[in-house]
Design a protein around this ligand. Structure first.
Ligand code: FES
Length: 169
């Protein structure tokens, strides 16, 4: 072979090909990045509001589990009105259970207990259960908005901390 005549795999060709290959990979990754930004991944989250039926569907003194599974919310009806409790223990976030016979919420994880109002009274929970805003929708149904949280502080009755968390209906 003529040493002056470069072969198909001369050193310069080799590096040129590596260069082009690198450019190709870069371009391909850039294209992927562009396409991903053009079609952002959508996070399917449950809507923050939900309708919880008509006030007449509830009886005074009732703690309804109906929306606990799907929305992690208890609807409580008392004589003075409705409130929506977040079914999330304020200790480490487990989901408590409503124990009708004992008239309290009890967390299965470390034993925190809460009165029907959400006030903590036993176990390691540091503060009462939070509440969500509850209003009446145009069609007359209860409307819970989970984006509007009444965050409870330690050591005070939830009704006194946030009287506006109670829907008079
Ligand atoms: S998470 Fe409820 S008591 Fe610990």
């Amino acid at each position: 072979m003529d040493p002056q005549k470069p072969g198909i795999w001369s050193r310069r060709d080799f590096f040129s090909r590596i260069g082009w290959a690198g450019f190709g990979v870069f371009s391909f990754l850039s294209l992927i990045g562009f396409l991903r930004s053009a079609f952002p991944r959508v996070l399917f989250q449950p809507p923050s509001t939900f309708k919880a039926g008509f006030p007449s569907d509830y009886t005074a003194g009732e703690v309804s589990d109906k929306f606990k599974q799907d929305y992690r919310v208890w609807i409580v009806r008392e004589d003075e009105g409705f409130y929506a409790l977040f079914a999330k223990c304020t200790h480490l976030g487990c989901t408590p259970n409503w124990l009708q016979a004992e008239d309290k919420f009890k967390c299965p994880c470390h034993g925190s207990g809460y009165y029907k109002s959400g006030l903590n009274f036993e176990g390691p929970a540091p503060r009462p259960l939070d509440r969500f805003q509850i209003t009446i929708a145009e069609d007359g149904q209860l409307l819970v908005d989970k984006s509007m949280t009444f965050k409870m502080q330690a050591g005070a009755e939830p009704d006194e901390q946030y009287p506006q968390s109670i829907l008079k209906a």
